[in-house]
Design a binder for this molecule. Structure first.
Ligand SMILES: [Mn+2]
Length: 334
C-alpha cells in the first residue's frame, strides 16, 4: 500500500520545488515529529520546505524544533500568508479535517494549493488531492516512515529516525496501545540501526516536568472521581487550579491516562477549563472495545481514535460534569 501511494506522491512532487508542511493545532510529538522528519527528508530530495504551525508547540517539544525556522499562524499570520503564495504544495500531517488547524484553514481554502494528507485518524474529510489515511496504524510517524522508506530508505538518517521514534513512542503510549503491531516494532528495530538514542528520547519527552506541572498532576489525581458501577474515572481541572500552578500549554499532556491505572477502570476522562477559549476541553481514553471516539462525537463535539479521543463543551464545569455523567451512563448501557 505504501508503494502505490509513494508512486503517486512522486508524480505529484515531480517538478515541485517548494513544499509546506502543516501539522494539527496544539501539535504533539507525532504531529511535530512527522513534520520534522518529512521536512528533512524532502530537503534531502532537493526540495525547499517550510513547516507552518497553527499555533506554537508546547515547551516539552522545544528540543525537536531548536535551531529550525518554524513559524506559527498565531504569531506571524502575515509571513504564513506570504508562504502560501510562494509555495507549491501542502503536506497535511496527523489530521484529517481542516477544523483541526483552526483559522489557518481559512487561508488554505483561499489559496487552492494541492494538499497531500498523511494521517491515521478515523473518518477523514475530503480536502486533499492525494491522501494516505490509515486509522488502523498507531501513528502518523509510522506512516511517514513507510512512505520515506519506499521512496528512498538511504535518506533516512539518525535525525529523521529520532523524530519518527518520538512520534511512534508517544502515539502508541510507549508501545502499549492496541494499534502497536509487530510491524511497528520492526520499524523501531530499523530506527535503532540508524543510531537513535532511545533513552535520551524518552528522557526528553517524559522527564521534563516543572515543579508546578508535577503539583498540577497531584491536583488532577486528587480531583479524580469514580463512577463505580460503570468503571469510569474522571477528573476536573478548574481555571483556578491551572492558575495556581502557572499552567503552560502542554502541562496536562498525558494526565488523562492516569485514571486507566485504576484496576477495572475502562474509561478515563479529564475536563479542563480553558479560560482563553471559554470552553471546557475534554480528553477521553478507554480500553478495549469501548469506543470513546463515538462517544466524543455524539455528546461533546469531538472525535479522534477509538481509544483516545477529544472534545469540548460550551457549558459550565458543573453542567458539563452532569451532562457527562448522564451521557456516559446512557452510552455504556447501549
Ligand atoms: Mn497522531
Amino acid at each position: 500500500m505504501y508503494l502505490d501511494f509513494s508512486q503517486k506522491l512522486n508524480k505529484v512532487l515531480d517538478g515541485v520545488t517548494k513544499c509546506l508542511i502543516i501539522p494539527h493545532k496544539n501539535p504533539d510529538a507525532d504531529a511535530l515529529g512527522s513534520s520534522m522528519a518529512l521536512s528533512r527528508f524532502l530537503t534531502k530530495l532537493g526540495k525547499r520546505t517550510k513547516i507552518i504551525l497553527p499555533n506554537s508547540p508546547p515547551n516539552y517539544l522545544n528540543w525537536m524544533i531548536k535551531n529550525h525556522d518554524i513559524v506559527s499562524y498565531e504569531e506571524s499570520p502575515h509571513k504564513i500568508k506570504e508562504y502560501l503564495l510562494k509555495y507549491e504544495i501542502i503536506f497535511a500531517l496527523d489530521f484529517n479535517s481542516l477544523k483541526r488547524i483552526g483559522i489557518l484553514s481559512k487561508e488554505i481554502e483561499k489559496n487552492n494549493l494541492p494538499i497531500v494528507m498523511i494521517d491515521h485518524h478515523e473518518s477523514p474529510e475530503k480536502f486533499s488531492t492525494l491522501s494516505l489515511s490509515k486509522p488502523q496504524i498507531g501513528s502518523t510517524c509510522e506512516l511517514v516512515y513507510n512512505v520515506m522508506k519506499s521512496i528512498n530508505h538511504k535518506l533516512i538518517d539518525k535525525k529523521i529516525a529520532t523524530y519518527i521514534y518520538s512520534g511512534i513512542l508517544t502515539d502508541t503510549g510507549s508501545f502499549r496501545f492496541p494499534l502497536t503491531s509487530g510491524d511497528t516494532h520492526t520499524i523501531i528495530s530499523e530506527l535503532f540501526k540508524k543510531g537513535i538514542n532511545h533513552t535520551k528520547i524518552h528522557e526528553k519527552i517524559y522527564d521534563n516536568f516543572s515543579l508546578n506541572r508535577t503539583r498540577l498532576l497531584s491536583i488532577t489525581l486528587k480531583n479524580l472521581k469514580l463512577i463505580e458501577n460503570l468503571s469510569v474515572a474522571y477528573t476536573i481541572l478548574s481555571k483556578e487550579n491551572l492558575k495556581r500552578y502557572n499552567f503552560k500549554k502542554g502541562d496536562t499532556e498525558g494526565f488523562v491516562n492516569y485514571g486507566l491505572r485504576i484496576e477495572g477502570v475502562i474509561v478515563s476522562v479529564i475536563f479542563i477549563e480553558d479560560s482563553d477559549e471559554n470552553i471546557i476541553k475534554i480528553s477521553f481514553r478507554s480500553k478495549n472495545k469501548i469506543d470513546v471516539n463515538k462517544f466524543a462525537k455524539k455528546y461533546f463535539n469531538g472525535g479522534g481514535h477509538k481509544n483516545a479521543s477529544g472534545g469540548f463543551s460550551n457549558d459550565s464545569i458543573i453542567e458539563t460534569e452532569n451532562k457527562f455523567i448522564l451521557s456516559i451512563k446512557d452510552f455504556l448501557r447501549v
